[in-house]
Design a protein around this ligand. Sequence first.
Ligand code: NAD
Length: 499
Amino acid sequence: MRHISHFIGGQAVAGVSGRMGEVFDPNTGRVQAQVDLGTPDELAQAVAVAKAAQPGWAALNPQRRARVMFEFKRLLERDMDALAHLLASEHGKVISDAKGDIQRGLEVVEFVCGIPHLLKGEYTEGAGPGIDVFSLRQPLGVVAGITPFNFPAMIPMWMFAPALATGNAFILKPSERDPSVPVRLAALLLEAGLPEGVLNVVHGDKVVVDAILDHPDIRAVSFVGSSDIAQYVYGRGSQNGKRMQCMGGAKNHGIVLPDADLDQAVADIMGAAYGSAGERCMALPVVVPVGEETAERLRPKLLAAAEGLRVGVSTDAEAHYGPVVSAAHKARIEHYIQMGVDEGAELVLDGRGFKLQGHEDGFFLAPSLFDHVTPAMQTYQDEIFGPVLQIVRAGTLEEAIRLPSQHPYGNGVAIFTRNGDAAREFASQVEVGMVGINVPIPVPVAYHSFGGWKRSGFGDLNQYGMDGVRFYTRTKTVTQRWPQGGVVRDQSFVIPTMG
Ligand code: NAD
């Protein structure tokens, strides 16, 4: 049985707790590895190592730190195939999608290769007589990231790339369900020239998360996961005086206006709703046709397209999506499908009971499609996080804007239309953090930033982009005066002004 250890001080460190988590291959349903579940002591050991390594790393000039990132990017490209296979074998997503997971993280690495430019401060000459003012961005010290199972490469890189490039040391607590790729990334960074101890991986569950939130030497924590846990992590970390950034769950809507190119919209919605078995925080599990006629035209097209999807193992190059992550998660999705039926929604396509020949124990679900879902239903309010698409019919554009705006989650939303006025109004009014106009999965590029509203995000700053640089640095502002002759003669008991 493969054993996945912590990675501390540049090497594998076996856990001492005796507690282990099982890592499944969702394609077969079998346990393929065991991962150490850490203790507060092991976390403290990693923090001590990080704290010792951080000043030296921060003292390197930003160009040299950028060079490590350039080399890391090259190594990611070199190992893309192997990383994607490893990732898919623990997560279940298909190989092409696993490569996308790595690529979207790589793009953040690419962004922080420009860190010398991104870290430049501000300067005002002559803010008062003989007075200049300048602002610097300095690293926080030791920071930490806690990541979900669904993007085991991209989300760790969202966090540690800007954190490291700005001169911090980092503790990563990856999902215990697919922990191998994060360790591989840490080893690649070492190969790229990152000094030992600057990036450490400590595996675990709530025990390690709580230890991170309570450790006095960890200055900031970035979290991505489900909303209740995001809110808990945000509260506990903030109370301990840490800078916090906690992204939560989602329920993203795709609004289809009567003038949309329906065939294109259906193709887009298929990928966004069922891709990665619906296990994406930017998935599109709710489609909102505007007007009865649009709904009647859209429904048979969605049904035919969903029936045509191929579910297969991760390594099947023809498969549209693979298994879900665990047996427990599969059972939860099936529970929600039954709840939808019981609540009175119409189950147009039932994905339960699907068996893939030769992989009968894998965690597979065929596509499900519901129509006549209403906002009052629990299955509409909750994030299902599986290959289940719900049609919610709206009478007008105003109603269609209200639906995602009033939903407790506010991560992403998309509108399909040829009408620029309507799209512009929609983008301006909708209370959601990331908007796609004829773009089904509007994950912003690496030089913008990622963040949802309402229960999809707790904290002020988004992931990556300039917000990432801001999150992992603190501003110091220096006001300086060089009086002539070096002697300050004036004395004042009044608050200084530049007037
Ligand atoms: P999760 O909340 O179960 O786990 C996330 C992390 O929290 C993991 O590292 C886990 O070990 C830890 N954790 C789990 N239970 C905990 C507890 N009780 N106390 C403290 N820590 C705990 O999430 P998941 O199932 O791994 O990921 C899926 C969720 O993540 C979905 O809700 C999805 O929408 C969300 N997500 C959000 C974004 C975003 O950017 N908004 C991106 C990806 C995923």
